[in-house]
Design a protein around this ligand. Structure first.
Ligand code: EPZ
Length: 416
């Protein structure tokens, strides 16, 4: 199994280009199920999750063609509206096919995703919303069996803010009869990007990006061409890495407006930041100041940036409180960071991190995608060699990680 060997101690310096957003590409690929016409996507990141989604769609009869960052999806006919356990268990975002399949085919069979490393993560809100739209959903042998004649518009108040839940219901509502109102909807930029793609396909959607989304269903949707938004979490990860190592980086092809909470916290850590329309420059010469963060739905501080900020806090001046409010078990990296010499105490959903002058390289184990990113940042600042095991997690969400880190002067190699 591949590992990443990082020899730490060098500040990151230079420029890299940010890829398309994984968490926008995945729902947008599922939107292809809503139309018999081709959906052409550009700026699609080259990631394992994207190829998993491609496989899942192909199993249903969707033609998926990729050339560089361009993916063409053709769901002329859907042979089998089923998402099997074997793929769903490897990627929870597979549940995003449920709404589109039901809306297009009137039936769907989708495996329940089961547990995952960062918490229980149920899909009850997806189910509740689709049922409110007239679907019948029964769970048998680990699968959701859903059926509906034609989905009906409904007013749905979500019990909590859920990103993929909002996306699933928005896609289903696009082909439903009448008007759907999604309240307490997720405001994440990826939801807005999906809405933009759906609108280009002919959907009638208002309010995406706010907590109340209104969708007026149409009979059918057409094809479209859409460029996937830049990855704000990839951007934030390189910025946190540069701040932790006392580096100077320029990230191009990004969307600074989607990173307000992260940029504020990096400024608070002492980094100097300059933004343009599609670039961010960060410079940080000194040891960062400790900054506390509390995760929250967008526009709050992203849970997907929590591990990277915990890594930053391990070498900061002072004590930071890192509080996780979205997932109940997203501190697995804390124990691994301790193996590198970090001073971290866990109290419920808060990690109390007191910065140390230096971390020391060690062997550590990645547990999920963002936890791995936190370990890589720690490895970049640690003295000596850090070996991160199970980096298939990183391949799910960071395009060309070693290449980009090397371009920034880091000493990183993949070893088998
Ligand atoms: C999305 O997951 C992202 N994934 C996650 O990215 C991200 O961490 C998360 O949103 C939060 O921002 C994609 O966009 C593909 P949620 P999602 O539904 O939609 C609870 C990464 O590393 N909940 O917003 O699955 C849930 O358990 C990742 O790229 C229910 O209880 O997350 C959690 O506590 C991992 N019932 C909270 O809501 C439901 O029906 C928010 O989860 C749905 C969610």
């Amino acid at each position: 199994m591949d590992k990443l060997k990082i020899t730490g101690g060098r500040p990151l310096e230079g420029e890299v280009r940010i890829s398309g957003a994984k968490n926008a590409a995945l729902p947008i690929m599922c939107a292809a199920l809503l139309t018999a016409k081709p959906l052409v996507l550009t700026n699609v990141p080259l990631l394992r999750d994207v190829s998993t989604m491609g496989k899942l769609l192909a199993e249903m009869g969707v033609r998926v063609e990729r050339s560089d960052d361009r993916v063409t999806l053709n769901a002329t006919a859907i042979a089998e509206p089923t998402a099997a356990y074997e793929l769903v268990k490897t990627m929870r975002a597979s549940v995003l096919v449920l709404g589109p399949l039901l809306a297009r085919c009137g039936r769907a069979k989708v495996s329940l995703p089961g547990g995952c490393a960062i918490g229980a993560r149920p899909v009850d809100q997806h189910v509740k919303g689709l049922e409110a739209m007239g679907a019948t959903i029964a769970v048998e042998h680990g699968y959701m069996h859903a059926s509906a004649r034609r989905l009906q518009g409904a007013r749905i108040v979500m019990d909590m803010v859920t990103v993929t839940g909002t996306e699933n219901l928005m896609m289903a509502a696009a082909l439903a009869e009448g008007e759907t109102l999604l309240e307490n909807a997720a405001r994440e930029p990826e939801v807005l990007d999906l809405a933009r793609c759906l609108a280009a396909m002919g959907a009638k959607i208002e309010g995406a990006g706010s907590d109340a989304i209104r969708v007026v269903g149409v009979r059918s949707l057409g094809g479209a061409e859409h460029a996937v938004m830049p990855d704000r979490i990839e951007t934030g990860t390189y910025l946190a890495a540069a701040a932790a190592t006392g580096g100077k980086v320029r990230l191009s092809g990004t969307e600074p407006d989607s990173l307000d909470a992260t940029l504020d916290k990096l400024r608070e850590s002492g980094a100097r930041i300059r933004v343009g329309e599609s670039f961010i420059e960060l410079e940080s010469e000194e040891r960062p100041n400790a900054v506390s963060v509390r995760t929250a739905p967008y526009p709050g501080f992203a849970t997907d940036m929590q591990a990277q900020f915990m890594a930053l806090a391990t070498v900061a001046r002072g004590t930071a409180l890192i509080t996780e409010t979205i997932f109940e078990n997203r501190f697995m990296h804390a124990l691994e960071l301790q193996r590198l010499g970090a001073d971290i105490r866990l109290e419920g959903n808060t990690a109390i991190v007191t910065g140390v002058e230096r971390l020391q390289g060690a062997k550590v184990m990645a547990t999920d995608l963002r936890a791995s990113a936190g370990l890589v940042i720690a490895g970049l600042v640690a003295e000596g060699d850090t070996v991160v095991d199970r980096i298939y997690h990183l391949d799910r969400g960071y395009e060309a990680l070693e290449t980009k880190l090397s371009a920034l002067g880091a000493r990183v190699v993949r070893v088998s």
